[in-house]
Design a protein around this ligand. Structure first.
Ligand SMILES: *Cc1c(COP(=O)(O)O)cnc(C)c1O
Length: 366
């Protein structure tokens, strides 16, 4: 039988806080493609790969952390998982709750979720509660609920989420043979940049932040170096760039519309320890990067994901990309989740032609 990827816990169990006998909930997450993006080589002078996290079971990297967070819930009596979400966390939590036989509750900001993501939470049977507030309000409410009721919090403040998410860094090193020189990724709540930094450090045999897994520190190093971490926020939701929370975050990239990141300190540590930076890009730069990846690379990503590409292109224009560097950009979520933004109001009704090959040939200009 051909080998099938077994999901991140089975593939990396020796580096995760799970014993062989622990119950595992997996939908086969991880093992996502690392695609060499020649169009980005040409635009930056570097060698650029995109880690296509939209290929995960629910279409975003959130699944890597949900398999670990929800597998841990199975070790308790808790029957309900809850999250605050701008979309992808709810889609992932709802799907993994189904797989685990648990109920899920989603606290979301009213009117600010891409239709595809909401559809996922609904079809997976999540109990949705819309709040007249922003994401940060929703997270505060969810935290309070999980403190008072028998409900498990599966937002990225749950440390097992970051444990699962760090496996993306392992996959990149396993594929490239060593760590890249630079890793670029979008930053919202800042869990993912913290998780990658943990994963890269662990594989290099360096001390890591926030690691729950003591045993990993004693394993032989696999990589010889760690990358610079470059984080990218949206212009109207850039607390880490500004150095203070943003009261009313605004951006077309709803996945990173966050004004007060939960993993603020870890993200700053990743930036500073790696000699990297965190910058911001405009909505126009984000949508332009999304279009370039779709039209020149062949990968359709959601706007939040495109922040990484936009940040790389901005750095290239400023002459900040080292010639020939190996760069990995995480593209965090699938473009199909938010087709309305991608189409940008373009008309979808056509003038039909006569049903003949001749008419089709004429329409195509042959
Ligand atoms: C969650 C998410 C992000 C932001 O990740 P953080 O860990 O919150 O920084 C970016 N892009 C997509 C598509 C996401 O779902």
């Amino acid at each position: 039988m051909a080998h099938q990827w077994q999901g991140v816990i089975s593939e990396y169990r020796e580096r995760l806080p799970f014993a062989e006998s622990d119950p595992i909930v997996s939908l086969g997450e991880g093992g996502t493609p690392l695609v060499h993006a020649r169009a980005l080589d040409e635009r930056t002078g570097a060698r650029v790969y995109v880690k296509v996290e939209g290929m995960n079971p629910t279409g975003s990297f959130k699944d890597r952390g949900m398999t670990t967070a929800i597998s841990k819930v199975l070790q308790s009596d808790t029957q309900v998982v809850a999250c605050a979400s701008t979309g992808n966390t709810s889609a992932s939590a709802a799907a993994y709750a189904v797989a685990a036989g648990l109920k899920s509750a989603v606290i979301l900001p009213a009117g600010k979720i891409a239709a595809g993501k909401l559809a996922q939470a609904i079809v997976h049977g999540a109990h949705l509660v819309a709040v007249d507030g922003n994401f940060d309000d929703c997270l505060n409410i969810t935290r309070a609920l999980t403190e008072r009721y028998p409900v498990a919090l599966v937002n990225s403040v749950n440390p097992y989420r970051l444990q699962g998410q760090k496996t993306a860094a392992f996959e990149i090193v396993d594929y490239l043979g060593d760590a890249p020189d630079i890793h670029v990724l979008p930053v919202g709540n800042a869990g993912n940049i913290s998780a990658y930094w943990m994963g890269y450090n662990e594989y290099a045999g360096r001390p890591t932040i926030a690691s729950l897994d003591e045993s990993a520190a004693h394993m032989p190093p696999i990589s010889t170096k760690v990358p610079q971490m470059w984080g990218v926020q949206a212009w109207g939701a850039a607390p880490l760039v500004l150095g203070h929370p943003v009261e009313k975050p605004e951006t077309v990239a709803t996945a990173i519309r966050i004004g007060n990141p939960a993993s603020w300190k870890f993200a700053e540590a990743a930036r500073d320890d790696s000699h990297g930076w965190i910058d911001r890009v405009t909505d126009d730069q984000i949508l332009n990067a999304q279009a370039i990846l779709a039209a020149e690379v062949g990968v359709f990503i959601e706007p939040g994901s495109a922040a990484s590409i936009a940040g790389l292109l901005k750095a290239a224009e400023a002459g900040k990309v080292p010639e020939g560097a190996t760069i990995v950009c995480t593209v965090t979520g699938n473009g199909l989740k938010d087709t309305a933004t991608a189409l940008g109001g373009r008309e979808l009704d056509f003038d039909p032609i006569a049903p003949t090959p001749e008419a089709a040939a004429a329409a195509l200009g042959f």
